[in-house]
Design a protein. Sequence first.
Length: 408
Amino acid sequence: MKKYLRLILEILLGICLVATATLAYWNFSSKKHLNEQVSELSQQIDEMKESMEKASEEAEAAKEVKPEPENSAIQEMEALKAAFANGIVLQDVETLYKAQKALSAERQVGLASLKLLTKGAQDEGTIAAYQKALEMAEWSNRLQTVCAAQNALAAAGQKVKVLSECKKSTDKDAESKDDSAKKDDKAHAVHWGYEGDNGPEHWGDAFPVCGKGKKQSPLNIIGPFEKSKETLSVDYKEGPLKMLNNGHTIQVNVEPGSSLTIGKESFDLLQFHFHRPSEEQIDGKNASMVAHFVHKSKEGKLAVIGVMLNEGKDSAAIKTLWANLPPKEGEEFLPAKVTFNPASMLPKDMGFYNYEGSLTTPPCTEGVQFYILKSPVDISKQQLAKFPFKLNARPVQSLNGRKITAGG
């Protein structure tokens, strides 16, 4: 820093000397006046030198002052908001997304966050964008999106109930707040289940789509059926077994590589899980259990294959799964050297009933294609008894004019 200041002073001195020489040439006869000008310039240079040295000392002292972390974070946020304040980036993103037929829940929550930075938390468009993201989010595979939307709406002062799973991620922050702040918080943890005050008949209180949706699942599958033109083709691969007890069911997470093809459209198998008894009914009757295989396309579309399990013989596939049930709730369990192929859960005949429905758990997102296989598979009475959930099935929902097709 001082090196550059010295260089500047030398340049200034050089300029002054040139100016002095010029004045001497012009005012040769006024030597006394020239001396006064030179003296004045020298005095100004000395004052400038002192000011620059003082500024240099202040700059060096400023380097040693470290900003408070909290103030630094606030400054970073203010800088970020200022960068988006003109709305140009938001306008470009909105134009880009309008050209797409449908947005994924992740893109929708990203758009909402961009609106938050540009227009603020109280903007109606921002709140509406987060609410839409919440409705679109898939519970089992998009918990992060659900939490982002719910926490943002709560921060904006909206009366939204935050899932207990989302609340856990902010527990450390909550501990640092005083009790009065907690009392004023409009966000309350939501625990949902299958019985009592947390049962399916109350889901709509916290998740509007569960109560007001017109294309909800499961359904009672009953004829007459229109013929489906679609065909199903599965290509499931063997991989390491990954089990999860999420507090609502036993879920098996699947390694990338297994897929389902419906017509010409491909879907990746994400996971499969179980309900007892079966959520779907056929001619008004439940099976002992059902396994739901959840798939997602690159465009974010969801497709679920339902495999009915009726009480009968031992199932070799179920035997492997039940022998490796997770020891703890909420933690993915990977038993050593155990592999599993999801195809071992499927019947040979892939004939199906198809309808458009929803996730059968909160937030009950609609737009899910269900393919309930006509042929059930066996599960023994002893294996049924070993399933850790005695009841985890949502009751059948109203058809509301939907058509059920049959194929295969």
